[in-house]
Structure formats: C-alpha cells, structure tokens
Design a binder for this molecule. Sequence first.
Ligand code: FAD
Length: 462
Amino acid sequence: MAQYDVIVIGSGPGGYVAAIRAAQLGLKTACVEGRDTLGGTCLNIGCIPSKALLHASHQLHEAEHNFAKMGLKGKSPSVDWKQMLAYKDDVIGQNTKGIEFLFKKNKITWLKGWGSIPEAGKVKVGDEVHEAKNIIVATGSEASSIPNVEIDEKVVVSSTGALELAKIPKKLCVIGAGVIGLELGSVYARLGSEVQVIEYLDAVTPGMDAEVSKQFQRLLAKQGLSFTLGAAVQGVEATKTKAKVTYKLRKDDSEHSVDADVVLVATGRKPYTDGLGLEDLGVEMMPRGQVKVDSHWRTSVPGIYAIGDCIEGPMLAHKAEDEGMACAEVIAGKHGHVNYGVIPSVIYTHPEVSSVGATEEQLKKEGRAYKVGKFSFMGNGRAKANFAGDGFVKLLADKETDRLLGAHMIGPMVGDLIHEICVAMEFGASAEDVALTCHAHPTYSEAVREAALACGSGAIHM
Ligand code: FAD
C-alpha cells in the first residue's frame, strides 16, 4: 500500500495547483484523475478550448469587418471548421501535456482512474488502496440542465458539446445569458450562425454592474445576437437534426416557440462529487450539493479538505487555483489565505467584460457613501486606432476615504486591465493612488488611470 502526505482527487486548476504547491513544500503527493488527460474542466472542456474558439472567430471578425478599413484588401478568409476544431484540440493537448510535465518535474504521482474515499486516510483507485495523511477533494463541477430539457450533446448540447459540434449550426438557440452562453453564442454568431439567447431574468449576466450589463447586451446585439429576456423555457423537443424550444414570457405568460439546429443549454453548473463516498463518511454537505468547508478548507471529517468548484463561491478557475495553493500551505503548516473580496471575473467576448469587488447596486443596498469615476474608451487613443472604442472603465471608491471598492469594465483587453485594480485593492489603495501612477501612452490602461482621475478632480481626455 503506497503512502502519501497528500492525495488530491481531481486534477483541474484547483487540484493540480494544490498538488504542485504541496510537492513544492516537500510533501509526498499524488493526484487522482479519472479523465485521460490532466487539467480538469478548465483545460479540457472549459476555459482553454472556449478561448481558442473565441480567438479564432475573433480573427475572422477582424478580417471581415476591419481589415479593409486599414487598407488590407482581398478575399476574406473562409471557415474550415474541422481545422478550427483541430487547432482547439492542439491547444488543449499542449496545455494538458504541460501539466503532465509539471507533475513529473515536481515528482507528483498521477494515480490514473476514478477515486473514492473508503475511510478517512485512504483513497481507493481501481482495486488499489493508497494511504494519505491528508486528502483534498477537488472534483469540480458538471453542467446542469433545467426540467424538460435533455442534453444529448449533439442537438441539445451543454458547453462540452458546443465545443465540438459536427458543423456550424445555421440557427443556434442559447438557453441562459450567463458567461458561458454568451461566450459560446458570440463564437457561433461570428462564424455565421443566427444566434438567439433566451434568458429567464430581465438582463444578461445577472449580478453584473447594471450599466455594463446594458452596454454589453447592446454591443452583442450589434454583433447579431438576438435576446429574448424574461422568458421561462418550458421544454425542448429534439429530433436527430433539429430542436424546438418552447418558452413563456414572464410578463404576460404568453407561450412561444423557436426552432433551432442546435440548442445550447447554458443554465449553470453544479458541484460534482459522485462516487467519492462522502455521504458514508459523514462529510457535511451544503443544501446545493457543495462540500461544506471552514475557512481553512477543512471538511467536517478530520484530514479531508475540499477546494474549487465543488465548494461554495464563484465557479472560476483562478478561485480554484488560489484555494489549491492556500489549502496545500495550510496542510504544510503555513498560513494559506484567499481574499474572496478580490476575485476578478472576466467574460472573453469582444469587447471583453471584467469586474472585481462591489457593484454600485451592492453599495447602494448597503447604504454606503461612494463615488464613481468613469472613462470611455472613445477617449483612449490606442482604442480608437484599434477599432476598440466601445466600452468604458468604471471605478467605485469610498466617498470619504477614496479607497477603491470595485471596478467594472467593458472594452478592449479589460480582462487584463482589471488586475491593476485587483493589486490596488489588495494593497488598500485609493483611487488617487492609481491616478498618481504614471501609465504608458498609448495603452488601454490609460483608461483605468483616467477613470481614477475621474474619481477626483476629473479625467483629462473627457
Ligand atoms: P475541474 O476543473 O472541474 O476539475 C475536476 C477534475 O476532477 C475533473 O478532471 C474530473 O475528471 C476529476 N474528477 C472528478 N471526480 C473524480 C474522481 N472521483 N476521481 C478522479 N477524478 C475525478 N473559469 C474561469 O475562471 N475562466 C474561464 O474563462 C472559464 N471558462 C469556462 C468555459 C466553460 C465552457 C466552462 C464549462 C467552464 C469555464 N470556467 C472558466 C470554469 C472553470 O473551468 C472551473 O471553475 C474550473 O475548472 C474549476 O476547477 P476545479 O479544479 O474545481 O474542477
């Protein structure tokens, strides 16, 4: 029977990062993964493949819409879907192999197969039982559906099927206007599909700053996506090649239907802990299926920890990674910590959308005195040169102290720009601290500084 200091179950961004950090801290570590490749949802069927398709389809959009304006004339590229999927698979392969390399480098044993925990201190993989002083459950999440909608991954697909459709659909119906639905919807809209998004709520991307959400919807509509909001999907009837989605408008209960070649069900994800045996061990669970943990990722059973999508909090790869690192540090007797108040979220459409910290709506609800500094990318020289003037940066700061409380951005590269504010918030900086920092010209990041200036005496280029 092999003995380890730590066995991590699941090799997604939570699990593999936890394993690497544990090994770096001198702990004998193994990671169990049932999939054929390492990297979890993120690398295999999530973040990475979706970003590859977003990148490829954005290049097509640029060629079709902006090349001629810059004097780059000629036939616009046509889409070889098979090749695009091959490119995406190659990107996945490079990334998953990269984790394999890191495991070897850090002397982490990959226990291949599906793991379960027959008792605290033991992990069973296949017929073998391994001993572990500490077990980290990092088994992630899976797509969830809604009543009367059965996913077949061909005509009615989750994000997993949407990343490998047999062909580009003429009409795609997306159920759910969250991050995953809008990213993949925008991929297929750029590739020529007619895309209709049906959403239960009255706005896209619930929880997002309302101004950003409105502008985001407007810009996606300009790119050809159509939106049916306030609509409750009643069911989907599918044949081998087509599907009909029926929905009721919440304002008047009227029933409608829409035909599509493919329906993407993007109504959220749920924690995945099947087959681990947690119930038999007496591990306490949350009402919505997450593993219950304390502030040090300890479950109710000593020696068993849990991190990532299978516990509470935003289902994001970087949140899982941070928890992975911190949990390994706690196990090694150090002071692992995650600041849940400063976890950015990003939508990788074009333009991108990003946010961190409180929204204006939250601050209003709390009755907190705040000020807003806003700057439009129309006033940013680099953005204008790159046909990227749509969008803005909005900073929220405490009215008295000027301390940054949140940032909400829509525009070019804002998925990267947001980190300037994350760092500032981690250091407890004021808007003035950002405003006083010299920013290189011409860069998109000048828009962040201008928004910070707008929190004080005013932006220069507005
Ligand atoms: P996962 O990545 O889900 O990994 C869990 C792993 O555990 C899986 O490989 C699974 O096979 C394995 N496993 C489960 N049970 C067992 C068992 N019993 N034995 C052995 N192995 C087991 N997040 C972002 O931050 N940015 C993005 O851009 C982004 N894009 C996304 C796009 C899509 C289409 C999807 C679906 C998700 C996206 N996400 C994104 C979310 C992100 O993928 C997850 O938040 C992240 O993968 C969670 O990491 P994790 O380590 O908790 O679990």
